[in-house]
Every structure is written in structure tokens, then in C-alpha cells.
Write a protein that binds this ligand. Structure first.
Ligand code: NAD
Ligand code: SER
Length: 317
């Protein structure tokens, strides 16, 4: 089989996508890459390459060396970091994607591109946001996500590159920490609940956003890339969602397991403004119809599983 390359592989998603792909396709067939080096020795034993996605030569060399057939392009700056460093975000998010697409065009690779709820803006319908709707984001992150979706569609229509993408909501996981997004509170809260029994949230109590547990996010990416292309009406990018809550509701669910847990609020105006510009909830019926999207985790099962895994991880030190 042609091999798989994952860029930005040491981040929150890549840390779980790479093992899932290796489990499915064999370790030697999945090449992890990043601009950081793996911390653990066993991760260095499987194929790992230093690849800066803004350097086309590096992507090209790895794709040719390993005969790559599919690129999961995860390297990116997330919403809060991108707002702090908009120029770097443009270079990494757009420059990286453009170079990945060019290498894919020349080498016949398929490309997975993760878009986001950040691809929407304040003028988008907020509840049950449709698959096809207004996209006028006001953040640099959102600008790069909309432009990225369009660029992926262009490379498919113009050059026949098999590009596919998802608009992920906030992702919750216990393996690797989140990389500087607006939805990071929904991960931090678990660490603080276990360590200190209290958490001060940087978003307001009633900020409603869609979220998803990482096992569902990984399954979505792999299922989409393996879906029958004949069934795909849309490509870049599918709305996907799994759970929907406010910080207050997440805290209440955690409180069922840790009764002494308390939440307080110290709102960060920058991240609050970003969150307020995003949809309250997405309509993901296109993903369900076109490639069978069907998440497994709801709020109760997500919280129970997060607490169990994180308690074990933190106990190990
Ligand atoms: P992350 O910040 O945890 O990881 C990104 C990785 O990219 C890091 O390991 C970083 O070292 C690497 N990187 C940065 N610049 C690079 C470069 N120039 N070349 C190569 N690697 C570079 O991000 P993540 O949460 O794993 O997200 C991956 C993708 O999914 C991003 O496109 C993100 O926008 C998207 N996404 C994530 C979420 C979420 O909640 N995590 C939600 C929606 C969309
Ligand atoms: N979780 C991501 C962020 O907050 C959404 O794309 O940036």
C-alpha cells in the first residue's frame, strides 16, 4: 500500500491519529512529522521526520522517500494563538496548506484538511448552522480555515487532487494537551478538577459551543478519507458535531463524579469574542448522509471516560 504522512503529528489530534492509523495500516506505513521532536523513545523508533510545512522541499522529500499516498495535514496555529500572531498564522496555516497541496498535486496524494467551527462568523446562522451557509469569520484563524476549504475545493476541481475535510468543533482529549484554542477550557477543566477540585474558566458560564471527544474525531477523519468518493457531494469541509454544552453544564456533569468541584469565571475578552463569533451548534446531516458520520460519545460518557483516563495518567506522574 501507499504510505500515509501526518503533519503536525505531535499535537492534540496527531498524538491520537497516528497510533490509530498505525493500528489499522501497520507502523511502517504511517510517517509522523512535526517541527518538534518526539519526547518518548518509542515514538522515535517508528517513522518520524522533521518536516516544516512552510518548506515545500521538506514535504516533497518525505513524500518521495516514503512513497506517500495520503497526507493528513494537521500542522496549524489554533484560534487564540493565531489571533496573537496573525502573520505567523497566515504563513503556517495558508502557506503550509498551499505547499502540501502542491506536493500532493505533483505526487498524486490525497489530502485531509481539518477545518473548524472557526470557519464561521457572527453573520452565520448561529443555531443548527447549515452545511452550506454564510462564512465571514472575523479571526485570522477563521480566515485561514475558509480560504483553506476553498483552496482544497479548487485543487480537487482544477487538478483532481482527492481533498477532503471536516469542520471540527472543540476537541476534548487526555493524551496531548490542546495547542492554544478558544475551546481549550473544555480540556483544562478536567486537569484542574482532578488536581485542585476547582477551575477558573476564561469563557463565560453560558457560552454554548459544539464539542467532540477525540475517539470520535479520529474515527471521523479516517472514515471520511476511506469513504466512497461517489457518495461525496461535499468535500471541503463537512460540519461534524457530537456534543453541545456551556461551561456551566460541563462543570455540572463533572460535579456528578467529583461533588466538591467548583467553577468560577474570569472572562478573557479576546477568547470570549472569538467564541461569541462562532455558531452555538452545527447541523451535521450532510456528513451523516454522505459518509455515515455517527459519533459514539455523549456528554455523560465523554466526562466519565475523560476522568477515568486522566486520573490514571496523572497518578502515573
Ligand atoms: P496542535 O496545536 O495541538 O498541533 C499542531 C502541531 O503542528 C504542533 O505539534 C506543532 O508543533 C505543529 N506545527 C506548527 N507549525 C508547524 C509547521 N510550520 N510545520 C509542521 N508542523 C508545525 O493542533 P491540533 O489540535 O492537533 O489541530 C490540528 C488541526 O486540526 C489544525 O488544523 C486545527 O486547526 C484543526 N482543528 C483542531 C481542533 C481542536 O479542538 N484541537 C478543532 C478544530 C480544528
Ligand atoms: N478548538 C479549536 C480552537 O479553539 C477550534 O478550531 O481553536
Amino acid at each position: 500500500m501507499k504510505r500515509i504522512l501526518v503533519t503536525g503529528a505531535l499535537g492534540q489530534i496527531g498524538s491520537e491519529l497516528v497510533p490509530a492509523l498505525r493500528e489499522k495500516h501497520g507502523s511502517d506505513n504511517v510517517v509522523a512529522s512535526d517541527i518538534r521532536m518526539p519526547a518518548r523513545r518509542q515514538e522515535r523508533q517508528a517513522p518520524f521526520e522533521y518536516v516544516d510545512c512552510t518548506a515545500r522541499r521538506m514535504i516533497d522529500e518525505v513524500v518521495r522517500k516514503y512513497e506517500i499516498g495520503t497526507i493528513y495535514h494537521l500542522a496549524s496555529l489554533l484560534s487564540a494563538v493565531a489571533e496573537e500572531k496573525p502573520h505567523v498564522a497566515w504563513d503556517v496555516n495558508m502557506g503550509g496548506l498551499y505547499r502540501v497541496l502542491e506536493v500532493a498535486r505533483e505526487n498524486g496524494c490525497a489530502v485531509f484538511f481539518p477545518s473548524s467551527i472557526g470557519a464561521f462568523g457572527a453573520s452565520t446562522p448561529k443555531d443548527g448552522t447549515p452545511q452550506d451557509t454564510l462564512q465571514r469569520p472575523t479571526t485570522m484563524y477563521g480566515v485561514t480555515k475558509v480560504a483553506g476549504e476553498l483552496l482544497c475545493d479548487y485543487y480537487h476541481g482544477r487538478f483532481g487532487v482527492d481533498t477532503r475535510g471536516l469542520r471540527y468543533p472543540g476537541l476534548i482529549s487526555h493524551v496531548a494537551p490542546p495547542g492554544g484554542g478558544t475551546t481549550d477550557y473544555a480540556v483544562e477543566i478536567f486537569y484542574e478538577a482532578i488536581r485542585n477540585r476547582r477551575y477558573t474558566c476564561f469563557l463565560g458560564a453560558d457560552t454554548r459551543l459544539d464539542m467532540m471527544y477525540m475517539p470520535d474525531a479520529i474515527k471521523a477523519a479516517i472514515d471520511l478519507m476511506e469513504a466512497d468518493p461517489e457518495r461525496l457531494v461535499h468535500r471541503n469541509a463537512f460540519n461534524v458535531t457530537a456534543v453541545n454544552f456551556t461551561p456551566e453544564q460541563l462543570a455540572a456533569e463533572i460535579g456528578k463524579h467529583i461533588p466538591e468541584f467548583t467553577i468560577a469565571y474570569d472572562v478573557d475578552p479576546v477568547r470570549q469574542a472569538i467564541a461569541d463569533s462562532w455558531p452555538n451548534s452545527l447541523d451535521d446531516s450532510a456528513a451523516r448522509e454522505e459518509w455515515g458520520w455517527d459519533p459514539k460519545y455523549d456528554l455523560a460518557t465523554l466526562v466519565a471516560d475523560m476522568l477515568e483516563n486522566l486520573e490514571r495518567k496523572l497518578a502515573r506522574g
